[in-house]
Design a protein around this ligand. Structure first.
Ligand code: AMP
Length: 188
């Protein structure tokens, strides 16, 4: 099954994607992780996106679409993909549909992690202290949250019209969120 984990930054998408990978064997495709790996490797791409990422803005559609295209090509035998942090714009959602039409199965579910945006600030302050991710600083995080509401949340109606969206309580503890996601995936 191909699914999208949807929700604002720090909603828990990465944590839940990793659990699903372990439980179901689906391949996690996180454009954020791919971009961070590119930066770590010191590649041209990594250097190009570093300042944009640290500011909390979105990198260009072309870049992330190409990363996903490559990852799909490299994982042809996957039983499913978990899209985490992609798509984030209408152009990315359209490109994803076109790529999946070529590569195999369409998106079956969009799992929306429903969270209290106000409480995310506390959550991310903790993560900033623990992990030191540059874009978790309060100024960049505010930009990321604003980008989510301006560019990404408007994708929901696109998937809602297709009957694919299932909301789960993302403020529950990690185990309970995982259970709700499993139920959302297994329900017809
Ligand atoms: P994330 O780990 O998903 O929160 O992504 C971290 C940062 O990487 C974002 O704030 C963006 O700068 C960039 N990024 C990740 N995925 C995308 C995407 N699909 N479109 C544009 N920028 C992205």
């Amino acid at each position: 099954m191909n699914l999208i984990l949807f929700g604002p930054p720090a909603a828990g998408k990465g944590t839940q994607a990793k659990r699903l990978t372990a439980e179901r064997g689906y391949v996690q495709l996180s454009t954020g992780d791919m971009l961070r790996a590119a930066r770590k490797s010191g590649s041209e791409l990594g250097n190009k996106v570093a300042a944009i990422m640290d500011s909390g803005s979105l990198v260009s559609d072309d870049i992330v679409i190409a990363l996903i295209e490559d990852a799909l090509a490299q994982n042809k035998s996957a039983s499913g993909f978990i899209f985490d942090g992609f798509p984030r714009t209408v152009a990315q959602a359209e490109a994803l549909d076109a790529m999946l039409a070529r590569h195999g199965k369409p998106i079956e579910r969009v799992v929306l992690l429903e969270v209290d945006a106000g409480k995310l600030l506390d959550r991310v302050a903790k993560r900033f202290a623990e992990e030191g991710r540059a874009d978790d600083n309060p100024v960049s995080f505010k930009v990321r949250l604003d980008k989510y509401f301006a560019e990404t949340a408007p994708l929901l109606p696109y998937y809602e019209k297709q009957g694919k969206v299932r909301g789960v309580d993302g403020m529950a503890n990690i185990e309970d969120v995982a259970k709700s996601i499993s139920a959302a995936l297994d329900a017809r």
